[in-house]
Design a binder for this molecule. Structure first.
Ligand SMILES: *Cc1c(COP(=O)(O)O)cnc(C)c1O
Length: 465
């Protein structure tokens, strides 16, 4: 499988290089040159397969040539073997024909485990084969950092440095990162905010001389293609468990960087019958404003009760625009440049085409809390604030009563106690594999907001001098 950049000017790459590359050299994002397509008959034949076997069928075409089939199969079995629920992605029913797909059964209790558990293993495998070692540097306001650390803790060929804003992440979120004591895991608490953490990461990718040309720097944020690839699988899994592919479904997706919902869009292009995809946002609603009013305009960041969806721009939206603009990299490069600087209106016919599949809806904090309360009162089922936004958007924009409506449950409510308490409900206990989290030994380094200090620390840890 070959991969091309959305801006048309970067070299075409094989999977192996896409995995190890972040942004394309022209500033674009890599996408597959062609997608595998599956017939209904083929999809039907996967009914009843365990999650990791289904994942093999869907992922194999994307990595063919880079990873041997038996190695991929083993990797997938190990990846999903660490999940706490044997179904990996169980469905919970919250109303007639309405479901939550629980994507929070992984080690860090959020859906990012689906991709990052696999990504760590893929990277380590590829580096081992090449006889190389890599350094991952990432910034986190919560979920991504812990999922990346969990995904890399057994990787022999990777050192991972995660920067979080000192005293600005919740105790559970911090401890999910800092209690992983493997030698290749390095937690930095930066005296600054999340943007400062991100600036450090960006600057380090821009000038990698602190790694002396001896180590490669790898990105694990949601622009990494392999993350999207892993997320396609659970759309198939959910559908197959509710009568797919002989029945079409609707999915509502709590959205920040548009990675998760883009995977749903790809699942549909690969042959899965999906009639509706709902972009559910919090008050950071740039995607809702462009979908509903054709106005792409950056607003200042708002801090909400659903912090994992607090974004100003949505990086993976570019991958959808690439298709909407007939995969014309030159046109897209120009559009992206304008979107960076000014308010932009999309071509109305192209947007209309997107709206045939996508709906959008924005949910404020009060409504998020009300939804948590309402669903709990109706069913006794406790939603986290991100998932609650998905459920609200699903109920507000649903097109069909007969197609099952599936909201992606992106996090476990225990991670977001604020919102649960605001709904007047009790925070649930930590799942049993985490019950001693609050008493485990922690390891992290508090550091000043100073790039050269951070980079020398990384070099010192990696090269040991
Ligand atoms: C990351 C995250 C999201 C947003 O996912 P995107 O792929 O960025 O759209 C939603 N909910 C939770 C809990 C997350 O951690």
């Amino acid at each position: 499988m070959k991969y091309i950049s959305t801006r048309g000017q970067a070299p075409t790459l094989e999977f192996e290089d896409v995995l190890l590359t972040g942004l394309a050299s022209d500033g674009g994002l890599y996408v597959p040159e062609t997608l595998p397509e599956f017939s209904k008959e083929q999809i039907r034949s996967w009914r009843g397969l365990p999650y990791h076997e289904l994942a093999f069928h869907i992922i194999q075409p994307f990595v063919a040539g880079a990873i041997a089939d038996d190695e991929l199969a083993t990797m997938l079995e190990e990846t999903y073997g660490v999940f706490a629920h044997k179904a990996i992605a169980p469905l919970a029913q919250i109303d007639h024909n309405e479901y939550v797909l629980e994507l929070f059964q992984g080690p860090t209790l959020a859906f990012k485990d689906f991709a990052l558990q696999l990504l760590g293993r893929l990277l380590d495998h590829m580096l081992q084969k090449r006889g190389e070692k890599a350094v991952i540097v990432g910034a986190t306001s919560g979920d991504t950092g812990s999922a990346a650390i969990e995904g890399c803790k057994r990787c022999d060929n990777i050192d991972i440095f995660i920067l979080h804003p000192y005293q600005k992440v919740s105790e559970v979120q911090r401890r999910q990162m800092t209690t992983i004591l493997a030698d290749n895991i390095h937690n930095i608490a930066l005296e600054g905010n999340f943007d400062d953490c991100q600036s450090m990461v960006k600057a380090s990718f821009g000038d990698q001389s602190f790694l002396k040309g001896e180590r490669r720097l790898v990105a694990v944020n949601s622009i990494n293609w392999a993350r999207i690839m892993a997320q396609i699988v659970y759309y198939f899994y959910a559908s197959l468990n509710l009568g797919g592919p002989d029945r079409a479904m609707a999915f509502s997706v709590p959205t920040g960087n548009f990675g998760d919902i883009f995977a749903g869009y790809l699942a549909r292009k690969m042959g899965l019958p999906i009639n509706q995809l709902i972009v559910a946002t919090n008050q950071n609603d740039i995607l809702h404003r462009v979908m509903s009013a054709n106005k792409y305009e950056k607003h200042p960041l708002a801090h909400t009760l659903s912090p994992s969806m607090d974004i100003v721009v949505s990086s993976n939206f570019e991958r959808l625009l690439f298709d909407l603009y007939d995969r014309d990299g030159v046109v897209l490069a120009d559009l992206m440049a304008r979107m960076n600087n000014e308010t932009v209106e999309l071509d109305s016919q192209r947007l209309a085409k997107a709206r045939e599949l996508f709906d959008s809806y924005a949910v404020d904090d009060d409504t998020t809390v009300d939804t948590i309360r309402t669903v709990f009162d109706e069913t006794g089922y406790l939603l986290d604030p991100h998932t609650a936004i998905g459920v609200k958007a699903a109920r507000a924009t649903r097109r069909s009563e007969t197609d099952p409506m599936i909201t992606l449950g992106t996090a476990h409510p225990v991670k977001f106690a604020d919102a649960v308490e605001k709904a007047g409900l009790e925070t649930p206990a930590l799942p049993h594999h985490l019950t001693d989290l609050l008493s485990r030994e922690e390891r992290y380094k508090v550091m000043p907001n100073d790039l050269s200090a951070i980079q020398s620390f990384i070099a010192q840890e990696v090269f040991g001098q």
